[in-house]
Ligand binder design. Structure first.
Ligand SMILES: O=c1[nH]c(=O)c2[nH]c(=O)[nH]c2[nH]1
Length: 311
């Protein structure tokens, strides 16, 4: 998304902002109550009517990116109660579009670092946190007329199953050596982002941490669909089919979500067979010893959305 103009019969698009503003925020309740902590990496981008800054070196309407950075800290300070990444992104975007006449759209992206409360002897610690794995993300835009878009997401959700996966019936040609199989490992690192449908800023629910709740549920649906029931699991005929089941399960369970995009690299665990001229069978692969790899990896992504934007 960019602000669009015409100059001397030429198309011109621009936006400016501050990337990777890092902020940590603690909320303390009472003297002995638990602390709540988040760490965010915030990116702000503004679409504004500032053509003279580019063509006439006139900065009089430019909101300095340094001011954008400071605003992130000011707004974090002003949040007296804990907020989700989505709520913080929305309040920042609302500020930029309402406070500055020349700003037509604000786009805010946030990645939350996965600090999790630690437990000692099974008891949640009041102020101790350790780093987990997957990250909660959001991207929000707010326009001056109140229109908005909210996406939430997860990245770095690493999943692996040791069976109930196969890949058969694919194209075979002179360059194909991959054997067909109904028994393999399946490993991936899911990145997902889903869009909510809201008409305008005013139609957003004000229930605190509602977005965080939905984020946790969506993650559960993705994970449960990938693995299936604990004892028997569920067979995956390909990453593509599993990705599709996962996306469909999310749209089925959450009427407020209008579309979902999933990126699921196929991270290969290669069967190990070792032999030499003198010793033809040093290690024979029997679904047991694998060579884990990072690269190259398969790249599979798709998005699924409702054909009607409203349910
Ligand atoms: O699930 C898979 N999908 C593919 O497209 C593919 N390609 C490949 O080599 N292995 C796999 N596995």
């Amino acid at each position: 998304m960019a602000a669009k103009d015409q100059i001397d019969g030429l198309k011109f698009e621009q936006r400016h902002g501050k990337e990777r503003v890092r902020v940590g925020r603690v909320w303390r309740h009472g003297k002995d109550g638990p602390h709540f902590f988040v760490e965010w990496n915030v990116s702000v981008n503004l679409l504004s009517d500032v053509l003279p800054a580019y063509v006439n070196a006139d900065n009089s309407d430019i909101v300095a990116t340094d001011t954008m950075k400071n605003t992130v800290y000011v707004k974090a300070k002003e949040c007296s109660e804990q907020v989700s990444v989505e709520e913080f992104a929305i309040l920042l975007a609302k500020h930029f579009t309402s406070f500055y006449a020349q700003v037509t759209t604000a786009i805010i992206k946030i990645v939350e670092k996965p600090w999790e409360r630690i437990s000692i002897d099974g008891q949640p610690h009041n102020h101790g946190f350790k780093l987990g794995s997957e990250r909660h993300t959001t991207e929000v835009f707010v326009k001056k007329n109140g229109a908005l878009g909210v996406t939430s997401g997860v990245e770095g959700l690493a999943l692996l199953k040791t069976t109930k996966s196969g890949f058969e019936g694919f194209v075979r040609d002179k360059n194909t050596i991959l054997p067909e199989t109904r028994e393999r490992m399946l490993a991936t690192e899911v990145s997902a982002s889903w869009s909510y449908h809201f008409d305008s800023v005013s139609s957003i629910s004000t229930a605190p941490l509602r977005f965080t709740e939905t984020y946790l549920y969506v993650k559960d649906v993705l994970v449960n669909t990938f693995f299936g029931p604990p004892k028997e699991g569920v067979y995956s005929p390909s990453v593509q089919a599993t990705l599709y089941y996962m996306a469909k399960a999310v749209l089925h369970r959450f009427p407020g979500i209008s579309s979902i995009k999933l990126k699921m690299p196929n991270i290969h665990f290669l069967p190990v067979n070792l032999s030499s001229k003198d010793n033809p069978v040093i290690v024979k692969f029997e679904d047991d010893v694998y060579l884990p790899t990072d690269e190259p990896h398969g790249s599979i992504e798709a998005s699924l959305g409702r054909t009607h934007s409203k349910m």
